[in-house]
Design a protein around this ligand. Structure first.
Ligand SMILES: [Zn+2]
Length: 93
């Protein structure tokens, strides 16, 4: 009569946090869509600097968080700003 069936340790509910398919972290929203008053202006290097790396490259969309439309405008603005020497093409140290 050894009925030691008391170990229900193994029977604990499975610990699956269905984490799959769910991207964690905060969702970036395009700041230009969020704030309608913001205008992408190539004459404003302070604003454009946000979308340019310190080496002078344009930050890719998945990092900048811009939507396609505004990323395009940013790229255009950066290119214009470069042409009138407001922003560097590349920064070499
Ligand atoms: Zn946008």
């Amino acid at each position: 009569m050894a009925m030691m069936d008391d170990d229900r340790d193994i029977n604990r509910g499975p610990d699956l946090n269905a984490d799959v398919g769910r991207r964690r972290g905060k969702r970036r929203i395009c700041r230009y869509c969020a704030e309608k008053t913001l205008v992408i202006d190539y004459k404003d290097p302070q604003a454009l600097k946000y979308f340019v790396t310190e080496r002078g490259k344009i930050v890719p969309r998945r990092i900048s968080g811009n939507c396609a439309r505004h990323q395009r405008k940013v790229q255009l603005a950066v290119r214009r700003a470069r042409n009138i020497a407001l922003l560097p093409f590349t920064v070499t140290h």
